[in-house]
Design a protein around this ligand. Structure first.
Ligand code: SF4
Length: 299
C-alpha cells in the first residue's frame, strides 16, 4: 500500500479501508497545525495507478485473510476533496470495481474544497458514493479563524455546507476547543453552535488545542501576540458548545487530545453530558488537566 508519512483518520473511520488519494494539505497554513510536518512536500496527489494498485492489493488481502466486506472507504490525506470532480469520480469507479459492495466513500475536506465545485459536480459526487466527509471547521469564531489563517470565515461554512446538504453529501465537523484564545472560549463556542444549528452535521467532534513548538502558534505565543486558554476554560467552552447545539446530532470527544472521551446523542443526552462536564470543571483541577495536555506528545 502506498501510505506516505503519518496517516490520520477520524476515530469513527477505524473499520474503513484507508486508501491514499493524496498526501499532505493544500492549505498547510493553519497556525496551530503540525499534522503533516513529517512530509518533505506540502501536498501531493496519488497517481491513479497507485490508487488502483492499492485497491487491488486490499481486495486480495481481504480475500486471503479476512474475507470481510468493505462497505466504507476513507481516502487519506488532509483534504482529498480538493481533487477535481472528475478525479474523485474516477477514484469512486475504481473503488466500486474492486469493492462492489462499497456503500460510501469519505475523506477529510476543507470548506474551501467545496467552494471549488459546482452544484452539478457536488450532486454527481453524491451519486458516485461520496458521503460522510469530515470537515475540520475548528470554530465559527471569525476572529479566531482569521488569526489562525484557516482560509475561510463562518459565512463560508454556512454557505458551502448548505450546498453539501442540498447535494445529499453528509458530513461531520471537527471543533477545536481552545482556538479562540484566553477569555474568548465560550464566545467562540456559542458562535459555532449558531452556525452548526443552520446546518446538518451528522456529528460534531471536539478536539482540544495542543500546542507544539514547531507550530506557528507557538511563535505567536512566544512573541506575546496570543494567549492560550486554561484547560478548564477549554472544558467550559465545550460545555457552551454542547449547550448551544439545538440540532439533532452526535456530540463526541474521542481523539487523543481529549483527557476525557465522550460520545452522546443530542438533544437526548444533553443533561447527562452537561452534568459530566460540570463534574470535570468543578472537580478535576487545572494542574491535572494540564499534566494530561503535556503528556500528549503527538496527536
Ligand atoms: S488544520 Fe487541516 S487545513 Fe489546516 S494546515 Fe492542518 S491539515 Fe491543513
Amino acid at each position: 500500500m502506498h501510505y506516505t508519512g503519518t496517516i490520520w483518520r477520524p476515530p469513527y473511520e477505524a473499520s474503513s479501508l484507508l486508501v491514499e488519494a493524496t498526501a499532505g494539505c493544500t492549505h498547510h497554513r493553519c497556525k496551530f497545525c503540525t499534522l503533516y510536518a513529517d512530509l518533505p512536500f506540502k501536498f501531493r496527489l496519488s497517481p491513479l495507478k497507485d490508487v488502483e494498485a492499492d485497491l487491488k492489493e486490499a481486495r486480495e488481502m481481504r480475500q486471503n485473510f479476512s474475507g470481510g466486506r468493505t462497505e466504507r472507504i476513507f481516502l487519506t490525506g488532509a483534504n482529498p476533496f480538493v481533487l477535481k470532480a472528475d478525479r474523485l469520480k474516477a477514484i469512486a469507479e475504481l473503488a466500486h470495481k474492486y469493492f462492489p459492495e462499497t456503500k460510501t466513500i469519505g475523506c477529510f475536506a476543507r470548506v474551501t474544497d467545496v467552494t471549488l465545485k459546482s452544484d452539478e459536480e457536488l450532486a454527481a459526487l453524491g451519486q458516485a458514493g461520496y458521503d460522510g466527509l469530515t470537515i475540520g471547521i475548528e470554530t465559527a469564531d471569525d476572529e479566531a479563524l482569521a488569526f489562525m489563517d484557516k482560509g475561510y470565515l463562518a459565512a463560508d461554512i454556512v454557505e458551502q455546507c448548505a450546498r453539501l446538504d442540498r447535494a445529499g453529501i453528509g458530513y461531520s465537523f471537527f471543533y477545536l476547543a481552545g482556538i479562540s484564545g484566553a477569555g474568548r472560549g465560550e464566545k467562540g463556542a456559542r458562535a459555532t453552535a449558531a452556525v452548526c444549528n443552520q446546518l446538518h452535521p451528522k456529528a460534531v467532534g471536539a478536539n482540544m488545542l495542543t500546542i507544539y513548538p514547531d507550530s506557528r502558534l507557538f511563535e505567536e505565543i512566544r512573541q506575546g501576540a496570543w494567549q492560550e486558554e486554561s484547560e478548564t476554560e477549554k472544558y467550559r467552552e465545550i460545555r457552551a458548545l454542547a449547550q448551544g447545539l439545538s440540532i439533532p446530532t452526535v456530540f463526541a470527544a474521542l481523539g487523543a487530545s481529549n483527557a476525557f472521551q465522550m460520545q452522546v446523542r443530542l438533544p437526548e443526552d444533553r443533561e447527562k453530558l452537561l452534568a459530566f462536564l460540570d463534574e470535570v470543571i468543578e472537580n478535576v483541577g487545572e494542574d491535572e488537566l494540564r499534566r494530561y495536555r503535556k503528556s500528549v506528545r503527538h496527536l
